[in-house]
Design a binder for this molecule. Structure first.
Ligand SMILES: Cc1cc2nc3c(=O)[nH]c(=O)nc-3n(C[C@H](O)[C@H](O)[C@H](O)COP(=O)(O)OP(=O)(O)OC[C@H]3O[C@@H](n4cnc5c(N)ncnc54)[C@H](O)[C@@H]3O)c2cc1C
Length: 332
C-alpha cells in the first residue's frame, strides 16, 4: 500500500484545476495543484465569464474583481444586434485576478508533470502520490499522452490571440466584431482597460476589423496566443485519472464558455470521486458540454463560408429573439 501525499493531485493550475482543488476541499478531500508557471498565471483568453460560470464560481465563495457585462453584441461594418442576459450579468475578469482569487488557500507546488504511473488504488506524478488525479493541463495536455488517451487537433484549425488596451469601455456588452477573417471579442476588464481576443484560422489581427483600432488607446503588455483550438479527445476517465477543462476536449472560444464549462466539469469530476463512482463523470461531461459542443461546432462550421460570415450579423439582427434565446442558453 503506497503512502499517500494527498487524496487528489491536480495537474494544472488554470481555472479548471484550481476549481477542482477547491471543490475537493469542500468535499472533505485533500488536494494539491502542480503548476509550473509563476503566479499569477496569465493566458490568452477573452476573459468574459458568462453568468452561469459566475454562479458556479460563487458556489466556491469567491469574490471576483471585474467589470460586469450585460449581454453579447454582434457587430460588423454595417449592422449590429444585442442579446441581453436574462439572469444577471457576466463578468470581465483579468486572468491574473481570477488566478489570485481561485488559488487563495489552495496548496500549489511548482511542478511540471512529464510522466505518470498508476495502480489499482493509487496514481503518482511529479513525485506526488495520490488516490486520484485530476488532469487540468489545458489544450495540449501532457497527461493525455502519459495515460494514452487519444486526441487530435480537429478542423477547421483556428487560433486565438489576445492583448489589452487602455480604453474606457464603451459598451455594457461583450462586443463580437465579425469580419471576413475572424472574430474580435472586446471585453471590459477594468474601468480603463479592455481586452481584445481575436479568433481566426489565419492569425488575423486588428487591421481585419476596420474601426476597432480607432477606439483603442495604448496597448498594455504583450500579445498572447493559443491554438489550434479544437481538440477532439476520446474519453474523460482513464483509471484513476479524470480530465477537466480544455484537457478534456475543446471546440472553440467562439461562444466564450471555456471558464464556465471548466468550473462545471471540475465540480462534476470531484463529485463523482467523492461518491466513489468516477465512471459516472464521462456521462456528466457529455451532459454538461452537449449544447456547447453542438452550438459552437455548428457556428464554427457554418461560418467557414464567406457568405455565411457576411450574413451572420444581419441575420441575427433580423431575428433578435432567436439570437437572444441562443445567447441565453449558452450563458446559463
Ligand atoms: C483567444 C481565447 C479567448 C477565450 N475567451 C474566453 C472567454 O471570453 N470566456 C471564457 O470563459 N473562455 C474563454 N476562452 C477559453 C478559456 O480560456 C479556457 O477554456 C480555459 O482557460 C480553460 O481552463 P483550463 O484550466 O482547462 O486550462 P488552462 O487555463 O489552459 O490552464 C492549464 C494550466 O495547466 C498548466 N500545465 C500545462 N502543462 C502542465 C504540466 N505538464 N504539468 C503541470 N501543469 C501544466 C498550464 O501552465 C496552465 O496554467 C478563450 C480561449 C482563447 C484561446
Amino acid at each position: 500500500m503506497p503512502r499517500f501525499d494527498v487524496d487528489v493531485l491536480v495537474v494544472g493550475g488554470g481555472p479548471a484545476g484550481l476549481a477542482a482543488a477547491r471543490f475537493a476541499a469542500l468535499s472533505g478531500l485533500s488536494a494539491m495543484v502542480a503548476e509550473p508557471r509563476q503566479a499569477p498565471v496569465d493566458k490568452a483568453c477573452g476573459e468574459g465569464i458568462m453568468p452561469g460560470g459566475l454562479a458556479s464560481l460563487r458556489t466556491l465563495g469567491l469574490s471576483l474583481d471585474g467589470v460586469p457585462f450585460h449581454g453579447i453584441a454582434y457587430v460588423d461594418g454595417s449592422s449590429s444586434v444585442v442579446a441581453r442576459f436574462a439572469n444577471g450579468p457576466g463578468l470581465g475578469v483579468r486572468r491574473t485576478a481570477l488566478h489570485c482569487s481561485l488559488s487563495a488557500g489552495v496548496e500549489c507546488v511548482p511542478v511540471r508533470v512529464t510522466s505518470l504511473e498508476q495502480g489499482p488504488d493509487w496514481v503518482r506524478a511529479g513525485g506526488i502520490t495520490a488516490r486520484w488525479l485530476i488532469a487540468a493541463d489545458g489544450l495540449h495536455s501532457t497527461v493525455r499522452r502519459c495515460v494514452g488517451v487519444q486526441s487530435f487537433a480537429g478542423t477547421p484549425r483556428r487560433y486565438g490571440l489576445r492583448a489589452h488596451w487602455n480604453a474606457r469601455p464603451w459598451s455594457e456588452f461583450v462586443e463580437v466584431w465579425w469580419s471576413r477573417l475572424g472574430e474580435a471579442y472586446v471585453t471590459p476588464v477594468a474601468p480603463d482597460v479592455v481586452g481584445v481576443a481575436i479568433l481566426s484560422a489565419s492569425r488575423a489581427w486588428l487591421d481585419a476589423f476596420p474601426g476597432l483600432e480607432d477606439r483603442l488607446g495604448k496597448r498594455i503588455g504583450s500579445v498572447r496566443g493559443a491554438g489550434p483550438l479544437r481538440q477532439v479527445v476520446s474519453r474523460r476517465v482513464a483509471g484513476r485519472v479524470l480530465f477537466v477543462g480544455d484537457s478534456a476536449g475543446y471546440e472553440d472560444a467562439l461562444t466564450g464558455e471555456g471558464i464556465s464549462l471548466a468550473v462545471k466539469q471540475a465540480r462534476a469530476a470531484i463529485a463523482s470521486i467523492a461518491d466513489g463512482d468516477p465512471a459516472r463523470y464521462e456521462r456528466d461531461w457529455q451532459r454538461i458540454t452537449r449544447e456547447y459542443r453542438m452550438l459552437t461546432r455548428g457556428l464554427v462550421v457554418a461560418t467557414r463560408f464567406p457568405v455565411a460570415r457576411k450574413a451572420i450579423v444581419p441575420l441575427s439582427a433580423r431575428l433578435p429573439s432567436v439570437f437572444t434565446a441562443i445567447v441565453n442558453r449558452l450563458a446559463a
